[in-house]
Design a protein around this ligand. Structure first.
Ligand SMILES: [Fe+2]
Ligand SMILES: [Fe+2]
Length: 191
């Protein structure tokens, strides 16, 4: 298994989120190379949890920063959130499809295309804008907040419970999930 880029302690938010993007795409390409249905399921659960943590952290801390500091940021954020919702819907379908079903691999390819698009958008547009408009130490601080939010986001795959059940139990089904999660976590985030 090849090693994904790992963001270190001094990394800023852009390094961290970019490493996340690489990791998600690497996991998806592993699914495509894995003939075993059980392994595909495990990898899919892992990638779903990774993407959820990433999306939650972005929406809690990064998109507000884009909105505040980047010209035309509000519009960019609106577009990105809409894409996050599409990605979440796709992942919810992946949870319900048997990994030996050809539909599963079709969904994997769709998710890969969506995430590639998401990563390209952010890495070529929003992230450079963040670095242009926000001082370095603030970006490092944002990175710490993102790492913390990723730890708190209740999306870790559990070996003995259906992932979809955890998903629904912790954040509830459907759109608006991020808002509910933000409410849930807001008591612990006072800075
Ligand atoms: Fe995003
Ligand atoms: Fe992202």
């Amino acid at each position: 298994m090849s090693e994904s880029p790992v963001a270190g302690p001094g990394s800023d938010v852009v390094d961290i989120l970019t490493a996340d993007h690489r990791e998600m795409l690497e996991l998806l390409s592993q699914i495509e190379q894995t003939p075993d249905a059980g392994q595909r399921r495990d990898l899919a659960d892992t990638v779903i949890a990774e993407v959820m943590r990433h999306a939650v952290a972005e929406e809690m801390f990064v998109y507000p920063a884009i909105q505040e500091h980047v010209p035309n940021g509000a519009k960019e954020v609106e577009h990105d959130k809409q894409e996050h919702d599409e990605i979440v819907q796709l992942m919810k379908r992946m949870e319900d499809v048997d990994p030996s079903d050809p539909t599963f691999m079709e969904l994997v390819r769709q998710l890969e295309a969506q995430l590639r698009h998401h990563a390209n958008d952010e890495e070529s547009d929003q992230f450079p804008q963040l670095r242009a408009h926000i001082p370095g130490e603030k970006l490092v601080d944002l990175g710490k907040k993102v790492q913390n939010a990723k730890k708190l986001a209740p999306t870790r795959p559990h070996p003995h419970a259906p992932h979809s059940e955890l998903f629904h139990k912790t954040v509830g089904p459907g759109v608006g999930m991020i808002d509910r999660l933000r409410d849930k976590l807001s008591g612990r985030h006072t800075g």
